[in-house]
Design a protein around this ligand. Structure first.
Ligand code: THG
Length: 373
């Protein structure tokens, strides 16, 4: 059967880096926030090996910024998340589960505090802008909510620090994880954070103004020639190994942050004003009955996971697998799934009903990266 292709139109948003990505030989895209996101350059496995040993430049412009700017920006930001923002200062980025009035996940963005009255909410794939605009309008808040012309460019991999230092100066080496500093490029001030959707080291540069996209891309590529810098993208295998969650795949509005294993990013009691606070405090009393787990699926490489695969234990369904890929480093299929509490303990043996048949599998609490393989 021939694989169908995507029809492209004006609704399919290109990015400030799209021409460079195309020239670099991108092989596949997905659509994320109505925008192109590269998924493969050479092959997922070759891209993975390169990411883990060298340095890549990623067009992650699809991580759109929802800007909150005005006297009520802090109040609005705290309404969105059970993470306590009261101690957040300029210069910090927080991973912030965002929930509705039932405690259901609406998004899992990185929130950056730019000033006392200004935040960027760097959203995953859901139209969070409309939820936030609706709240700001209905509550008559004194805050502008909009999507600025800002496009993140990620530099990821063990050589990322060296490459970024060459272009923006040695000072960047002391930026700590989930902190940012301003760097200057052609006289323009840009936010550079130590963060990114990989467990390798790396940075995210918030390219403020589409006109800077190609010049900055070219500067990074030129400066990193001897480091074997390449165009790359979030890597399916690497992010499953590291248990980095994908909104819409691994969790939806039907899950609480606690089910997603994001309880460590919630201080619900302290998050006064959070819209989902009452609901989350109520469910926190009993705790979740299912939770995100890493799962090792035995046997040959499994096909792409484009639908939920049942997890079976004791002859009954006890969960679902939502993401899976063959891991060359762990020499097994790595997966992310949601597993009921009867089967969520470390080392529990289960079965997974894959399109290639029933497979034995093992449930793990921690990411593969910390299991010492
Ligand atoms: N960077 C930025 N925006 C984003 C993403 C990003 N928006 C969309 C999407 N990714 C949001 N999802 C995530 C998921 C995981 C992380 C960041 C964004 C992440 N998690 C670290 C971890 O799980 O190891 C922990 C973060 C922490 O300790 O605070 O980095 O990647 N700009």
């Amino acid at each position: 059967m021939q694989v169908p292709s995507l029809s492209i139109s004006r609704r399919t948003r290109f990015t400030p880096f799209s021409r460079r990505v195309q020239a670099a030989g991108v092989k596949a895209y997905t659509i994320y926030n109505h925008m192109l996101l590269p998924t493969v350059f050479n092959s997922v496995e070759e891209d993975y090996r390169h990411l883990k040993t060298k340095v890549q430049v990623w067009d992650v412009a699809c991580e759109r910024q929802v800007e909150l700017w005005g006297p009520d920006a802090t109040r609005l930001a705290q309404m969105l998340t059970p993470r306590d923002l009261s101690a957040m200062t300029e210069g910090q980025c927080y991973y912030t589960p965002m929930v509705d009035e039932t405690g259901g996940m609406l998004n899992d963005p990185v929130t950056t505090k730019l000033a006392e009255d200004k935040f960027w909410v760097s959203v995953a794939d859901s139209d969070l802008l409309f939820w936030i605009k609706g709240l700001a309008h209905a509550l008559r808040l004194e805050v502008d909510v909009d999507e600025p012309d800002v496009s993140p460019l990620a530099i990821q991999g063990p050589k990322a620090e060296e490459l970024v230092a060459r272009v923006f100066g040695d000072d960047i080496r002391s930026i700590r994880f989930f902190r940012y500093r301003h760097v200057s490029y052609q006289g323009r001030k840009l936010v550079l954070a130590r963060s990114g959707y990989s467990k390798q080291d790396g940075f995210e540069l918030y390219v403020d103004g589409s006109d800077l996209g190609e010049p900055i891309w070219d500067a990074l590529m030129a400066a990193g020639e001897d480091l074997d810098v390449r165009a790359g993208c979030p890597n399916l295998i690497e992010r499953i190994e590291g248990q980095l969650l994908s909104y819409g795949n691994d969790m939806t509005r039907n899950n609480t942050p606690h089910e997603c294993g994001l309880g460590r990013f919630c201080q619900t009691q302290a998050a006064i004003g959070c819209i989902g606070r009452d609901a989350l405090l109520r469910v926190a009393v009993e705790g979740p009955v299912r939770q995100i787990r890493s799962i090792a699926i035995d046997g040959d490489p499994v096909p792409p996971c484009d639908e939920l695969w049942p997890v079976i234990g004791g002859g009954k369904q006890v969960g679902t697998v939502s993401s899976a890929a063959w891991s060359p480093d762990f020499r097994t299929n790595v997966a992310i799934g949601m597993v009921r509490m009867t089967h969520w303990d470390d080392g529990t043996r289960v079965q997974v009903d894959t399109p290639h048949g029933m497979r034995s599998a093992t449930v793990w609490e921690t990411p593969f990266t910390v299991q010492g393989g």
